[in-house]
Design a binder for this molecule. Structure first.
Ligand code: UTP
Length: 507
């Protein structure tokens, strides 16, 4: 006890023992184990670095910034169909050869969404009732089929203490949604103690330290701890697509993106969207101090945010949407050489804690910080970094907040997906009519709160189409009514999963 007390005192953390005498001998034993697993001087040094970094972020970076080099960006909207086809073909070849893995960042606590289970298990209310995890699993199944190499796109899922158990249980309960369990690899990221604004570690309970996952940039440490890159190499994987769990439109291992990055011999790539307006709260990929970085809106002045080039586009326009391409060799070099130097960021959060009487309190205002690393902080180490600008309405609609919030809600995610699928149906030659036989407008509305609005309910199973391909046979010159659900299922063939197309549920 004395040794522990001294160790805590040396880093100003002796308050952690305030309720020691209230704990049972078993709880005391567990608490000692909990405390012994924390390197307090390291945690304090992370805290100090993160605070210094936060101060640095408050000084505007305008003079240090340069836009991302145009020759290293391509745009899906401005590329010819031939170029897109070439990238798609070469991406499919890479996928078919088993060179591509997908890696999901699913360790976040999803506090803004406010559910007590992992975000991937959330059902946004699609006609099918599919969760984010299921949509993603089925996109992999379909992709494997398109690439002619079923069962060969390994899915690495980074979880945390908060999400690991429930996620694995969910996959098991649903038979891995038709995927081969051998190709789904879960690994857990590390946790860091949460601190108050003075660097004091917070007690979550009388005998338990408050901890939070170490940010999505905790990926690199976790890859090393769990030898994931070695596993990739063993499977013949040479590159990966890394993405966030909450983007309902995510095109996993999008062949166009994979083909674009491999054709351009990129070691690191990112999908971006045009920033919608100068003050939009989105990080932009650009050059800062001669390094590739993601710079937040709060780090630049309004004047710089509003700057436009001669063609009318914002100079700092490349909005980061957490869709990254990395070669395995690139990530290996990050893990070996740079992981320790990646910046720590602080996020102010409401952290449940015990009060002076030992009662657990859920604060209504931020009372402390989580210390996090960011997945994109490795851009600066890329030797050949390429961006692909994609259309926001086709590829990015994150689920961040609970129902009824202003943006990034279950409603907005559901409607973005159904609007996209409606466009797929129209592009394939189908059309929609209402009860009276009137053709429905081509542009559906996003919100249902206006009297005159109409919302199209149209869902296409990923098992039927990955990104709008292959629909003509089913929809060309046919009329549909909303709600319309183009369904698909997974069939077992010689013990292997095979996506099978089913007919429409509305016609
Ligand atoms: P967010 O920054 O949106 O955080 O994560 P979050 O935890 O999902 O939600 P809030 O902020 O608590 O409301 C972006 C992506 O990074 C992952 C998340 O799971 C999500 O896919 N992430 C975040 C991790 O994998 N680990 C972390 O420590 C943090």
């Amino acid at each position: 006890m004395e040794a522990l007390r001294e160790r805590l005192a040396a880093s100003g953390q002796e308050h952690l023992l305030a309720f020691w005498n209230d704990l049972s001998p078993t709880d005391q034993k567990e608490f000692v184990a909990d405390l012994s697993s924390i390197d307090f001087s390291e945690a304090l040094s992370h805290f100090e670095h993160a605070c210094a970094n936060m101060k640095e972020m408050q000084t505007k970076k305008d003079d240090r910034l340069k836009p991302f080099p145009e020759e290293q960006i391509a745009s899906v909207a401005r590329s010819s169909p031939k170029e897109l086809d070439n990238w798609r073909e070469s991406g499919l070849k890479e996928i078919g050869a088993g060179h591509v893995a997908v890696l999901l960042l699913a360790g976040g606590q999803g506090t803004r969404l406010g559910v007590d289970y992992p975000k991937g298990m959330y059902d946004v209310g699609l006609p099918s009732g599919k969760t984010l995890y299921q949509l993603q699993a089925e996109r992999i199944l379909k992709l494997e089929q398109l690439a002619g190499n079923r069962g060969k796109v390994p899915w690495y899922i980074m979880t945390s203490e908060h999400t690991q158990g429930k996620t694995i249980e969910f996959f098991e309960k649903h038979g891995y949604f038709g995927l081969d369990p051998k190709n789904v690899v879960f690994f857990e990221q590390a946790m860091l103690p949460c601190m108050d604004f003075n660097g004091k570690v917070i007690l979550a309970e009388k005998g338990k330290v408050a901890r939070a996952p170490n940010g999505n940039g905790g990926l690199y440490k976790a890859l090393k701890t769990h030898k994931i890159l070695e596993d990739m190499k063993m499977r013949g994987v040479t590159c990966m697509h890394v993405y966030c769990v909450d983007n309902i439109l995510v095109k996993m291992a999008d062949p166009v993106f994979v083909g674009y990055c491999t054709e351009r011999k990129a070691d690191c790539g990112a999908k971006v969207v045009q920033k919608a307006f100068p003050t939009e709260a989105v990080g932009v990929v650009c050059i800062c101090d001669d390094k590739f970085q993601v710079v937040e809106y709060s780090e630049i002045t309004l004047e710089t945010a509003q700057k436009r080039s001669l063609d009318g586009r914002l100079v700092f326009h490349a909005g980061n949407i957490c869709n990254h391409f990395f070669t395995v060799d690139f990530v290996m070099s990050v893990v070996e050489k740079h992981e320790k130097d990646l910046q720590h960021h602080v996020a102010k959060k409401k952290i449940p804690h015990v009060d002076e009487k030992g009662m657990v309190v859920k604060p209504t205002q931020p009372n402390g910080v989580k210390i996090e690393k960011f997945v994109f902080d490795v851009f600066e180490f890329a030797k050949n970094f390429q961006l692909l600008e994609v259309l926001r309405e086709d590829e990015f609609s994150p689920l961040k907040n609970g129902p009824g919030a202003e943006k990034d809600t279950p409603e907005s995610a559901r409607q973005s997906l159904m609007n996209l699928h409606y466009r797929y149906m129209l592009a394939a030659g189908g059309s929609f009519r209402d009860e009276s036989g009137q053709t429905l407008p081509l542009i559906p509305l996003r919100r249902s709160n206006s009297q005159s609005s109409f919302l199209i309910e149209c869902e296409i199973s990923p098992l039927v189409s990955y990104s709008g391909e292959g629909l003509e046979d089913l929809v060309k010159d046919k009329y549909f009514k909303s709600p319309c659900h183009l369904n698909g299922s997974v069939e077992k063939e010689n013990g292997e999963s095979k996506p099978k197309r089913k007919r429409l549920s509305s016609k």
